[in-house]
Write a protein that binds this ligand. Structure first.
Ligand code: DAH
Length: 316
């Protein structure tokens, strides 16, 4: 920054003190003093604008738009940023799946009726379409309410793998959105990870082993798992997947934690994606990432993640 510009900015800053003084003046003097200050301020702002323009046009001042603000450019005092805990954990989750032989693709952040419902075997006008509390844009697009909206895309994109490798193995981490009332365990914006496996012999036993292995790797310990019957239009049978709360996750070793839904991919979902359900079978699963991370670090309010609270973010 040119010396002149720096001086002008300094002068503007010191006006702040004079404004503070204004409050202490007797009423009679306030008006004229205030007007003087305002005039000074406008003049300074105008000069700063002109000086900045001049510097840029004369190319004295190459604009570094990425430069953080620092009062003393020689000795910057701004705080250092850190990687957001969810970004770091999403990378870790992707690495674990990659090590297990899965491809990782990105999800979309704006989706449509076809991928959200039709391709996932939700019957037309079925109440299950309402159970996802979807947002909608004025144009009728849907911010995805779960990463399952990526199933059709992933199945069609990786379909050639069935011929070449005999299987599709892909996971899709992504950001999802639901029109929900917010509390310590509910956010309108959160993260999930979807998984899909298709082969001629895919079965429920493999599904449970694969997902168990993921959780054990993520938490670095052996875990007991159990399932309960569930309902999703895109799987048959459908299951809710639980892990036993281990002491190292802050629990007392008792209780079960619901980690997501899973099941054998419904034949209609395979058929829509151009895969013959008479030849191939698949399983799929999807679970929340925020909850996974909260359990790992003992975070008790999901809203911290999107809050921008520096005190919270600095802990990671
Ligand atoms: N998408 C479901 C949800 O958010 C979870 C889920 C259930 C994903 C079954 C799956 C699945 O892939 O097969 O509630």
């Amino acid at each position: 920054m040119s010396k002149q510009l720096a001086d002008l900015k300094l002068a503007l800053k010191s006006l702040g003190k004079e404004y503070a003084k204004l409050k202490t003046l007797p009423a009679a003097e306030k008006k004229s003093f205030g007007e003087k200050l305002n005039a000074k301020k406008s003049a300074l702002l105008e000069e700063i604008r002109r000086e900045t323009e001049r510097a840029v046009s004369e190319n004295l001042e190459p604009l570094d738009l990425s430069a953080p603000f620092a009062e003393n450019a020689e000795k910057p005092t701004f705080p250092r940023g850190t990687i957001h805990p969810l970004s770091a954990e999403l990378d870790l989750v992707a690495e674990i799946w990659k090590d297990m032989g899965f491809s990782v693709i990105e999800s979309v952040q704006l989706d449509d009726e076809f991928n959200m419902f039709d391709a996932l075997n939700f019957p037309q006008n079925h109440p299950a379409r309402d159970s996802y509390d979807t947002f909608r844009t004025e144009e009728g697009f849907i911010p995805p309410a779960h990463t399952s909206t990526m199933q059709y895309r992933a199945l069609t994109r990786f379909r050639p793998d069935l011929e070449e490798k005999g299987e599709i193995a892909v996971v899709i981490p992504g950001r999802v959105f639901r029109n929900e009332d917010l509390d310590a365990t509910h956010e309108h914006t959160f993260y999930q990870c979807e998984g899909i496996f298709v082969s001629k012999t895919a079965n429920l036993g493999q599904l449970l082993a694969v997902w168990k292995n993921f959780f054990e790797t993520y938490y670095g310990q052996e875990l007991n798992i159990k399932t309960q019957p569930g309902f999703f239009p895109f799987t048959e049978p459908s299951l809710e997947f639980q892990i036993e709360k281990p002491a190292s996750l802050g629990g007392k070793g008792d209780g079960w934690l619901e980690m997501g839904g899973c099941g054998m991919i419904h034949p209609n979902v395979l058929k829509t994606a151009g895969i013959d359900p008479e030849v191939y079978r698949g399983f799929a699963w999807g679970g929340g990432i925020d909850r996974l991370v909260m359990l790992k670090y003992g975070i008790n309010d999901v809203r911290y993640f999107e809050s921008g609270k520096l005190d919270f973010l600095k802990e990671f």
